[in-house]
Write a protein that binds this ligand. Structure first.
Ligand SMILES: C[S@@+](CC[C@H](N)C(=O)[O-])C[C@H]1O[C@@H](n2cnc3c(N)ncnc32)[C@H](O)[C@@H]1O
Length: 275
């Protein structure tokens, strides 16, 4: 195995993988029972299919590998990654499978042009889609389209660490315009500024930075009101061993039953990363 291709992952990423695997099992079971529907799995920032655990040093199956093992199976698997070596690794791991479609390139365009058109609600297609970037590498068009299609349940990594490190500074004037542009591309417009800065808290109308929760709440509202996902439960904070939030894992769906299942799973895993 080519170890250089595989990422070393923290304990919180292992929890994320467990959460998505548990939901994928429940989702596939329910959809499989509805014979009139065809259900797919989409992994847009798929990775190489295997990781190395920082905790144990051993191999950990990545999100595509977990999905491929779900029973009952998905009808199709669409896996995308920008990194050629990771795509080669995915091809090696899935050799001989005719139900797996692998794409190398930027998932923002591949999803909109090649994958989402295969999951039309009117064609009785449904999909579980994982959007798991390292940072602000995802465009709002993808999230918006997934919501409007009504056929997609989505997990979304909300990369709060990248946001805080590069964009949501105490003095917004000091932020590089390119970095602010990445935030706007992810958010869909620049209304993130209202969520991240408050002028009401002091007598002088100065902009004061709000906290993670305000930004997360505003994005949750956007997933509902703008993208059109009917069910968006409170996301789960993924914390490192010091308790700091690395990212929030959002889930969004059109179905109340999906929200119930994920809330149950989130409760089970909440704060497991803190030791
Ligand atoms: C956090 S890792 C994915 C981990 C994987 N979901 C898992 O849990 O096993 C993010 C991946 O996104 C890929 N990536 C970064 N930008 C991308 C883009 N624009 N389109 C597709 N993949 C991208 C990276 O090469 C990396 O493998």
């Amino acid at each position: 195995m080519n170890e250089q291709v595989y990422d070393k992952i923290g304990y919180w990423s292992e929890i994320k993988l467990d959460i998505i695997r548990d939901y994928a099992k429940a989702y596939s079971g329910i959809l499989h029972a509805q014979r009139s529907l065809m259900h797919m799995y989409i992994d847009a920032f798929a990775g190489g299919g295997l990781h190395i655990s920082k905790t144990s040093g051993g191999y950990v199956p990545g999100s595509p590998q977990n999905a491929l093992l779900v029973e009952p199976p998905f009808a199709e698997y669409h896996l995308i990654d920008l990194d050629k070596r990771k795509v080669t690794s995915l091809r090696n791991l899935t050799q001989g499978r005719t139900d797996v479609f692998i794409y190398q390139g930027d998932c923002n365009s591949i999803l909109l042009n090649k994958v989402f058109p295969r999951v039309r609600y009117e064609d009785y297609k449904r999909a579980l889609c994982l959007l798991d970037p390292y940072g602000l590498h995802l465009n709002w068009d993808v999230i918006f389209t997934a919501g409007q299609m009504r056929s997609i349940d989505m997990f979304l990594n909300f990369p709060v660490q990248d946001m805080n490190r590069n964009v949501l500074w105490r003095v917004p004037e000091n932020v590089d315009l390119k970095q602010a542009g990445r935030m706007t591309a992810f958010w869909g417009d620049d209304s993130w500024r209202q969520a991240a800065y408050d002028t009401q808290r002091n007598l002088f109308g100065w902009e004061e930075k709000t906290d993670n929760q305000s930004v997360v709440d505003a994005f949750r509202e956007r997933l509902r009101r703008v993208a059109g996902f009917r069910h968006v439960p409170e996301p789960i904070p993924m914390r490192n061993s010091q308790g700091a939030v690395v990212y929030y894992l959002f889930f969004a769906s059109q179905k109340p039953v999906a929200e119930n299942i994920i809330q149950h799973i989130f409760r089970e895993y909440k704060d497991r990363g803190i030791r």
